[in-house]
Design a protein around this ligand. Sequence first.
Ligand code: URP
Ligand code: ZN
Ligand code: ZN
Ligand code: ZN
Length: 469
Amino acid sequence: SDYDLSIRGGTVVTASDTVRADVGVRGGRIVAVAERIAGAAREIDASGLLVMPGGIDSHVHLAQPTFGGPKMSDDFETGTRAAIAGGTTTVLPFAMQPRGAGLRAVVQEYHQEADGKAYCDYGFHLIITNPSPSVLGQELPALVGDGYTSFKVFMTYDDMVLNDRELLEVFECARGCRALVMVHAEGYDAIKFMTERLERAGKTAPYYHGVSRPEIVEREAAHRAISHAELTDVPIMIVHVSGREAMEQIRWAQNRGLKVYGETCPQYIALTADDMKGLNMDESGGKYVCSPPPRDHASQEAIWQGLQAGVFQTFSSDHCPFMDGVDGKRSPKAKTSFKWVPNGIPGVETRMAVLWGLGVDKGRIGMNEFVALTSTNHAKMYGLYPQKGSIAPGFDADLVLWDPARKETIRQELMHGACDYTPYEGLAVTGWPVMTILKGKPVCEEGRILGAPGDGAFLKRGISPYASK
Ligand code: URP
Ligand code: ZN
Ligand code: ZN
Ligand code: ZN
């Protein structure tokens, strides 16, 4: 047979087109998209379903140490199992450089964590905490050449913050090696000032996490990062944008012709600061603590405007899971102040369903925009195109079969990761993944995992076309 697999009778949706077509697969790749593909060794009936590129989640944290804080609940095995259950076939987690450590050694450690364990394909961004001359001069350019073509820098957090001079040095290095820099834009000093003021007033509950880092703090840092990017003439991606203020900075930069890109996440369309109040004795507000924090309904509307207007290129989960319990969000230390509640929430499994349910199903974005925001743009932005991110001959056969009519209520019992809660518990959505296919192999069907650890491979990424001026 010409085909190992054909997906028949579905509607193929890409970032640009919606067509009734069959998809033919051979050797793990798409080899044909045609009106009728008969005679494959195996046929999957997709009638009534949408056939979309498998999700690419370009912002997840797996098995990342937290410097004395609680352990992240997902490693590469459980985190990528959750990914495929949610329709995602590629993740880009971070290899974080602890201060003082050499980057190459760090990358090797993350490979040891990941190799043979992943259910889906993966690459790594590098988190730069120590931009020494040898890191910037030798290690980074060599690692970019080896397929680690994007870095993240932080403007806050004691263990990771870079000062302005260091940001400029990293930006200049990225310009030289054509890497894409992701920026965590929240201002360190303002957060510290606000945190200490709140603590002096006895305002230490999880809710005050949000008060300690309002949108002003995110706007200021976004503007500062944009200024540094303009000064060094380098494209940047501002990640996890939470509301209008930072979004408007990015739009302003884009209108000036600067190559400034934006990412937003499910928590900024589905949660608000009020969630951090906790609803009753059993519900901890800590479950929703992440940075930047969820804002309010007006901010959610601003995020939709940014998604509709193309200010944001990518919709990522920022999956960063901690248990909701004494070994995580409710540790004895975390009870003393919001500042000790580990930052981050799970979301890799629910990302696509949340955007479909609140976006496509509610008429806020179209199906093609959905594919762009959950897959295609991630591939283009991070050097995976044209291997990943679309449905056409030559692409990897990474697909999600999507039922746009399926009603589900997101709840923990449906989840496949190691975390013990979902922040979207009780959210009713219409539209759900019914089958995930990785390189031609069905790896999840109706919530049943068919794949195995090791199905996923490391992706050596190319230079991002967006990183070039
Ligand atoms: O709270 C969050 N988002 N934690 C993950 C780390 C980060 O800054 O992306
Ligand atoms: Zn490896
Ligand atoms: Zn961040
Ligand atoms: Zn993150």
